[in-house]
Design a binder for this molecule. Structure first.
Ligand SMILES: [Mg+2]
Length: 328
């Protein structure tokens, strides 16, 4: 299997429209297996051990027929990176026609965060506002800031306000249900997401297919924790996003719009998942060969990704795949 992955590997670089977590382009590896295309696109700084679930997820996509959907239209949220200036914010928000929720990146500069939130509310007065802090706040800071922000209008939830599970639990107790907490990094950066006790720490579970090791594993995690879920993504191409849509289409309960419209932040993509009326339709994406050729990386980057996949394979992917019994 490893040999045929490396042989069929394509690596592309897709430019983003804005600076997103200091990323201005995304390198993405793609390969095709008997069940379709898989995307392997962990951020460049991740060590092989952190890449293991990403590779397993890509191999699952290429190996296993996807589960049958129970819904085909997936409501999405707008994702607003930590950008400033009314014109820039308006432009980004216009990329998500009909979205009823906006996820706003915050946590680096309170004044700019407050301005970004206030302006979003002004432009989209009916949209639900969610904040994503990526663990930047300490408990007391989180308490203070959340109170300040929610005094100006309702917050649907705050995603990963603090970094650790212990901090989230302390904050959850102190907030006493005033504002809901969603857990993202606390689950997807855990080496053992199936052994976590999230009780009393979070109210909502963020599920990201690639860092959690695929759809099957994401469904197991959802089933274990029995919390309302939001499916989200990691600035992937349409191939990766289509796996998030697939997960969202099969979850027994889907309570909120999902963070699966981040393709709008890319200048170009290799497949099309249009947003219409605040939703994306579940679609099996085959990457456009012309786009793959257009955005192909130079030979040395392809060699780097081949090496990365070999390292990820021996760091745990091979073992995981043997347990699943997947083969080509
Ligand atoms: Mg997040």
């Amino acid at each position: 299997m490893l040999d045929s992955i490396l042989e069929s590997l394509r690596v592309i670089e897709l430019p983003t429209k804005t600076d997103f977590r200091s990323v201005t382009s995304r390198e993405i590896a793609l390969f095709e297996g008997p069940a379709g295309w898989g995307e392997f696109s962990p951020f460049l700084e991740y060590a092989p051990s952190e890449c293991v679930p990403w590779l397993v997820s890509a191999i699952e996509a290429a190996t296993v027929a996807p589960p049958q959907p129970i819904r085909s239209q997936i409501a999405i949220n707008a994702t607003l990176p930590a950008i400033d200036g009314e014109r820039a914010i308006s432009e980004v928000l216009s990329w998500y026609p009909g979205a009823t929720a906006v996820k706003i990146k915050v946590g680096n500069n309170l004044e700019e965060d407050m301005a970004r939130i206030a302006y979003t509310r002004k432009v989209l007065p009916d949209a639900a506002i969610r904040l994503d802090v990526n663990g930047h706040w300490k408990v007391n800071e989180a308490l203070e800031v959340i109170k300040k922000i929610s005094a100006l209008g309702p917050i649907q939830y705050v995603e990963q306000p603090c970094a650790t599970l212990a901090e989230l639990r302390e904050l959850h107790t102190k907030l006493n249900g005033e504002v809901l907490i969603a857990g993202d990094e606390v689950i997807r950066k855990s080496a053992t997401p199936l052994a976590l006790d999230l009780g009393g720490a979070i109210d909502i579970l963020m599920l990201k297919v690639a860092p959690l090791g695929g759809i099957k594993r994401s469904l197991e995690i959802a089933d274990l924790h029995k919390l309302p879920t939001v499916v989200s993504s990691a600035l992937e191409s349409a191939v990766g996003i289509s796996r998030g849509l697939r997960l969202a289409s099969v979850l027994p309960q889907l309570n909120f719009p999902c963070g699966l419209a981040t393709g709008a932040l890319l200048q170009n993509d290799i497949g099309s998942l249009p947003i219409s009326g605040g939703s994306i339709e579940l679609t099996a994406v085959r990457p456009n060969p012309l786009a793959i050729a257009t955005y192909a990386v130079p030979a040395e980057r392809l060699a780097w990704w081949r090496e990365r996949i070999r390292n990820t394979w021996v760091a745990g992917a091979q073992e995981w795949i043997a347990v699943e019994g997947w083969s080509w």
